[in-house]
Design a protein around this ligand. Structure first.
Ligand SMILES: [Zn+2]
Length: 298
């Protein structure tokens, strides 16, 4: 039996100083609306009255949920795949620049259909991936000949096993947030690096679109992080944020989807324009980017 989680305290810092922030609609699967609350202490936002981990599955069952299915229908999906190809290369460069390594042991948590694991294997890395969705694991084998392990393996892998651990837009989906943080810390070598990419609700485009901001993606996104809340979360687990890197292309993609949600159809030009305006703001303040990569050490 699944049940509904109604938070009475902040899921990141435990403070009971939580209050209503805004309402957002699930545009991709259910059409249901959810309240988003905010913590006055650490500033994280989170989705209220969410299904627990055994009940959330039905909110992922949509052809529109492209990171699991690799569908190429529609211009927004095509842009997603184009951006993903480009982003893969810049992630690899970022990892190399940050760690000084051009190969090593890498774990991608929430690997989807295995595209990034496959890409990094091709670049000479000993890359492995974990994925909660059985269908995505099958797709990874069929599409890329990549063998992903189920998420539970996170708790079984040997300690200090990886030079690099990546979570590309994954942490905001995870019910057992603090267990994940502890395991990630355990699996990372003392001189290793952890790369966590999450949407940033303090971004320019989040402010502009409000409840229509595509990256709220309720109820699949359980937490909506700010840089300040990520600092408190990592500190709580004895980890340190070394650097924060904006994800430039995400602003475009999120603006395109948000335009679609706001006006009921995609206005490509306006979406691109807002993406561009968003990136201009980021030029002046990189912490205002739609998504941020936190580069973390033990
Ligand atoms: Zn908090």
């Amino acid at each position: 039996m699944s049940s509904i989680i109604s938070y009475t305290a902040c899921p990141v810092c435990g403070s009971s100083a939580i209050h209503y922030a805004l309402k957002a609609v699930d545009h991709t699967v259910s059409g249901e609306s959810f309240d988003i609350l905010q913590c006055a202490n650490c500033s994280v936002r989170f989705t209220q009255d969410i299904p627990d981990s055994s009940g959330i599955g039905r909110y992922y069952r949509s052809e529109a949920y492209i990171s699991h299915t690799n569908t190429r229908k529609g211009i927004v999906n095509n842009l997603y795949h184009l951006a993903r190809r480009f982003t893969r290369g810049s992630k690899k460069k970022l990892i190399r620049r940050t760690t000084g390594l051009s190969k090593g042991d890498l774990l991608d948590i929430g690997a989807g259909t295995g595209a990034f694991v496959h890409y990094m294997q091709g670049a000479g890395w000993n890359a492995a991936g974990l994925e909660p969705d059985a269908e995505a694991i099958k797709n990874a084998a069929a599409l890329f000949n990549v063998t992903l392990k189920p998420s539970a393996s996170l708790f079984e892998l040997p300690s200090e096993r990886f030079d690099v651990i990546t979570l590309w837009h994954v942490l905001e989906h995870v019910h057992s947030l603090h267990d994940y943080m502890e395991q990630i810390k355990r699996l990372c070598r003392p001189d290793g690096r952890i790369f966590i990419a999450v949407p940033n609700y303090t971004s320019y485009d989040a402010k502009k679109y409000g409840g229509d901001w595509a990256a709220y993606d309720v109820p699949r996104h359980l937490y909506h992080f700010s840089p300040a809340s990520m600092e408190i979360l990592t500190e709580k687990h004895g980890l340190t944020i070394k650097r924060i890197q904006p994800m430039w292309l995400d602003s475009f993609y999120v603006s395109l989807l948000s335009e679609k949600y706001k006006h009921g159809r995609g206005n490509i030009l306006r979406g691109l324009w807002n993406g561009l305006v968003s990136d201009n703001h980021i030029f002046y303040n990189s912490r205002r980017a739609s998504s941020l990569i936190y580069i973390i050490s033990r």
